[in-house]
Design a protein around this ligand. Structure first.
Ligand code: FO1
Length: 306
């Protein structure tokens, strides 16, 4: 069994490669849920949905989120009526949020709902939220503390980042199946997601980090940083705010207590010795995941390393 830890659109690119290269019944995908928020009264789980749509072959490759060829009629009308429309919920995507919100009100857990949706969409791999309990990433900026989506989507990650906190994380429990799948995995892959706001919350859920330290699985990360910059998104701002070097070495250091191996960019080969000094094996390859071919190739390379 192969466990993938992911969040955001960077991680979803590698998940797409594994979806096409690995046996679906071998994959368990654990998703960040600290980006979840409420919009127009609906519970939105962007990272779970990005993975669900990716695994179902429905994802929008250009945007990296949402459903391919979706329309935005409802959102446009909400805007016309004076409602908020900065978070682009497509018409088809809205069905997911309406369904999820209703089932949560009926008392189902996020993992039960995720399971129901993935089965309806014909996905054979398991998709698990990191927790069924509410955890919320909060970003402290010079203008005050805001939610992750306010910072990322509404503010287009322009603000300076002073501090990042995960409200509710101390009291949350890992969702059913999360710890067991890490313990029983033959390998765990940390996708090239933002190490602070995508993988970070997953690692902060009580029990997950120690399960990673204790598992016999090989644990491999793919660096989201190439030559000191993330290949998408604001990971550099978050890493700097946390005092972590913005490099593949910084990523490896953040995972050093459990990581077996890290895949870094060919352009970063001069970091190999420094990373290996942490006791982490290092392999260089082309890790830009722009095309579907790249995503499949990197997944194949990882499967070969295992
Ligand atoms: N990201 C954006 O940059 N702009 C959006 O309007 C937006 C809408 C959206 C709707 C549904 C969904 O599942 C994801 C959406 N995302 C959007 C992506 C998402 O906010 C981020 O990729 C993650 O939260 C980052 O981890």
């Amino acid at each position: 069994m192969l466990v993938l830890l992911t969040g955001g659109t960077g991680g979803a690119k590698l998940v797409q490669g594994f979806n096409l290269e690995a046996r679906p019944e071998d994959l368990v995908i654990i998703c960040n849920t600290a980006d979840d928020f409420v919009f127009h009264g609906l519970h939105i789980s962007p990272d779970l949905d990005t993975i669900t749509y990716t695994m179902a072959g429905l994802s929008d490759a250009a945007k990296g989120w949402g459903i391919r060829d979706d329309t935005f009629v409802v959102l446009d009308w909400l805007g016309r009526l004076g409602g908020e429309s900065w978070f682009k919920l497509g018409d088809r995507d809205l069905a997911t949020h309406i369904m999820r919100s209703n089932l949560l009100r009926e008392g189902l857990t996020l993992s039960q709902i995720t399971e129901r949706i993935r089965k309806r969409l014909g996905i054979e791999s398991i998709i698990l939220p990191m927790s069924d309990d509410r955890v919320e990433t909060r970003i402290e900026t010079p203008n005050g503390e805001i939610s992750f989506q306010d910072y990322f989507v509404r503010g287009r990650w322009r603000d300076e980042v002073h501090r990042i906190t995960f409200t509710g994380v101390e009291k949350c429990r890992p969702a059913p199946g999360v710890l067991d799948s890490i313990r029983e995995a033959s390998a765990v892959i940390l996708c090239p997601s933002n190490p602070i706001t995508s993988i970070g919350p997953i690692l902060t859920v009580p029990g997950i980090r120690s399960a990673l330290r204790e598992t016999r699985a090989r644990i491999i990360a793919v660096s989201p940083i190439i030559r000191g910059m993330p290949y998408s998104g604001p990971a550099h701002k978050f890493m700097a705010a946390m005092g972590i070097e913005v490099s593949a070495f910084g990523v490896a250091s953040a995972y050093r207590d459990f990581l077996t191996l890290i895949l870094i960019a060919l352009e970063d080969s001069e970091l190999m010795r420094k990373i290996e000094g942490l006791g982490i094996q290092t392999v260089t390859t082309s890790i830009r995941l722009e095309s579907l071919d790249d995503r499949r190739r990197v997944a194949r390379e990882l499967l070969a390393l295992l």
